[in-house]
Design a protein around this ligand. Structure first.
Ligand code: FAD
Length: 348
């Protein structure tokens, strides 16, 4: 998610100074040998490597990683009219179309998560996202008429998208079908950067794109990476909890950053494709831990659409490590899955 998760090196040092005796005399940790922050995909990214192998320079790596991110943006963006995805969306051809291996991997995983969530997660939700004003087209800040939603729903449904991973081809069986990878492609970008770092011999890193994160090894203090989950409040940025993690990806989805309000009703950017409406329930944030950021990213959105009861059932059945935060009359309540508790216990 764009802003719910963030790396808290600075905040953690402040917190830890409260608890570690003699911390004020300790020397500062060594600087990261790669510390690269910039923008991509309408958001920011941050890449840190504790140490670089001999013969690998930060400047070379930066160039390589930026090229990866730029290429993915030009393939997977709905905000770039000339991107591979935009061209597929603009076309009304209902025969098979060749795609890049990158687009195939993301679409294939999206379709798997759609099946798993029985259509709660659905990248063909694009026209609804735009109708509600959250997509690449202009923001409207008004709830659309029911008739407009119903008309657009006829052009939605992951079952109208077919994929052939062997031949690298995809096909829409209705001309209007259009895809939005905003809930999965940032995670994929994180994974691609992580793999490039590993291929270069980097052992200890943090990669974050728009809040989707993947970490490996240790930070510059020789500890696990400390990742903050924010309290799901719209107008404040307060920590809900800190996760010390390593060798895992983490993604959060929530209803409290990207939304508009009309007459006291909040309309969030997560849309239930089955009703055409923005989600409305007491599940306000979901964090998922998974080996890949792509899957964590998509599952977090899928779970947000499903709501707490259904999402918990699915997460337990599939043994997914997830932390649900519910808004109750007495405040926020955390509901972890069994796998989340196992993971946190094992990794602490
Ligand atoms: P997440 O919680 O991860 O996903 C929510 C998003 O998924 C929604 O905003 C919607 O787009 C979509 N969605 C809603 N309901 C569903 C559903 N049921 N199933 C599946 N998906 C759903 N933004 C810009 O402003 N400018 C840009 O140039 C730009 N370029 C981008 C390029 C790429 C390749 C990508 C992936 C995104 C780009 N974005 C851009 C979008 C932006 O950075 C965020 O991805 C977007 O705002 C949602 O991110 P999130 O993490 O907050 O949402």
């Amino acid at each position: 998610m764009r802003i719910q998760l963030r790396y808290i090196g600075l905040i953690f040092s402040v917190l830890s100074s409260i608890f570690i005796v003699g911390c004020d005399t300790a020397s500062p940790p060594p600087a990261y040998e790669l510390n690269y922050t910039d923008g991509i995909m309408g958001t920011s990214f941050s890449i840190k490597a504790t140490k670089l192998p001999v013969k690998v320079t930060a400047a070379e790596l930066k160039l390589q990683l930026k090229t990866i991110l730029d290429n993915l943006n030009s393939q997977l963006s709905t905000y770039e009219p000339e991107s591979e995805l935009s061209k597929f969306n603009q076309s009304s051809i209902t025969t098979w179309q060749s795609v890049s291996s990158q687009l195939m991997i993301v679409v294939q995983e999206a379709q798997r998560i759609s099946l798993l969530t029985k259509g709660a997660f659905d990248i063909s939700v694009a026209p609804l996202v735009n109708l509600w004003g959250f997509g690449s087209e202009s923001m409207s800040f008004t709830a659309p008429a029911l008739e407009s939603i119903q008309a657009i729903q006829q052009n939605i449904g992951y079952q109208h998208l077919h994929i052939d991973p062997t031949l690298l081809q995809i096909q829409k069986d209705i001309p209007e079908l259009s895809l939005d990878l905003s809930s999965i492609a940032k995670g994929y970008a994180v994974d691609q950067v992580a793999l490039a770092l590993e291929a270069a011999g980097v052992q200890d890193y943090l990669v974050e794109v728009g809040g989707e994160i993947r970490v490996k090894g240790l930070n510059n203090q020789g500890s696990k990476w400390n990742i903050a989950i924010e309290k799901p409040t719209a107008n404040q940025r307060i920590l809900q909890k800190v996760l010390p993690i390593s060798d895992i990806a983490v993604a959060t989805s929530g209803d409290y950053r990207n939304f508009f309000e009309v007459d006291g009703i909040r309309y969030s950017h997560t849309i239930n494709p089955l009703t055409g409406q923005t989600i409305k329930h007491n599940l306000v944030s979901v964090t998922v831990l998974n080996p890949t950021a792509m899957t964590a990213d998509a599952l977090a959105t899928g779970f947000m659409v499903l709501g707490f009861e259904q999402a918990l059932l699915l997460a337990e059945q599939e043994q997914i490590a997830a932390l649900f935060i519910l808004k109750t009359s007495t405040g926020f309540v955390e509901k972890p899955t069994s796998m989340w508790l196992n993971f946190i216990q094992e990794k602490l």
